[in-house]
Design a protein around this ligand. Sequence first.
Ligand code: MTE
Length: 368
Amino acid sequence: MEGSKKLHIDHAAQWSSAGLTIRQKEPKNLEAPFDPIDSYLTPTELFYIRSHFPTPTLDQASYQLRIDGAVRRPLTLSYAELRSMPSETRVVTLECAGNSRVFLVPQVPGAQWELGAVSNAEWTGVPLRALLERAGLADNACEIVLEGADRGTPKDEPLPPDPISYAWSVPRAKAIQPEVLIAYQMNGRDLSPDHGFPVRAIVPGHYGMASVKWLTRIQAVCEPFRGYWLTSDYAYWASMDGKPVRHPLGEMKLKSEIARPHVYETLAPNLTYTVSGAAWSGETDVTEIAVSTDGGRTWAEAEFLDPVRRHAWRRWKFDWLTPKETGPYTLLARAKDASGLVQPDKHDKNYGVYVINHSLPIEVFVDD
Ligand code: MTE
């Protein structure tokens, strides 16, 4: 896959001066401005923030990363030791599983994310696989639990009796893939406090909840870890023999979003307007993007601005000659992946308040 040498990315490219939108002040839940996607990488200060507890204060000098559980040689690494290991740099899009929740009708509880609980950055760190090899991962370990230093009492029932730390478990098959990073840099600089300083996990292709920030412990387990976040919170209804069962969320689903125009923007009639956006998916490549300007009756192919790079978004554009006839128009974007899968037109209710990956209607007015 792509290493840093092959990437030609302008870290200085600017987005607009718009800042983040506050969805919740404390703990910090801040949405990125999705519309000014002029730059492929989201500048760090505009990258969305999704935290369940207040940002912990960690010190680089005393930082320790413990690797234990079902391993033959448990070990503890200092920040300097981690930095001295061979590193990799990858571009990865993170999307919160609750992104676009505001589009669900009727309204559901939870932060009302619009289009910007998704961002794209370049991450540098040590492959998790290298750490697991060093620790001697047991053959029967089935999951790798990633634990953060942040603690508190979560808000959704059923609640654990005492404060807990944020922790997520990654299936072994994914954890040993070369793209999973224990990262210490974002966009070429040390992680910022809100994005996990000094060290976080980056699990490309999985929803953001797997990319544990303020990472202090990596624990291999031989039974599925059924912690709060994987059962009470980021879980969905799968089917076992026709019976619904709870499973933790994992892979990001194919999705495209329209960045421009905005909902309820007024566009001039009979003029070329460049509709733009981005598309991404989990463990496959986005290969086609179509746009409808008539609420889904007809579709036209849009043009990608970025090459295929697994786990990173591709921006796209479509030049629309706006109609002469004034009135409301509904725009939709629909992505297709390499396997032929097409972005759905409806939200799958098995996912509850998460995985809102259907084509999102953007209503605009053509008026002079
Ligand atoms: N890691 C810790 N320790 N605590 C958290 O609350 N939030 C998760 C994940 N990692 C979280 C965490 C969620 S739900 C998301 S979507 C991503 O971090 C967001 O990463 P970001 O804030 O850097 O955008």
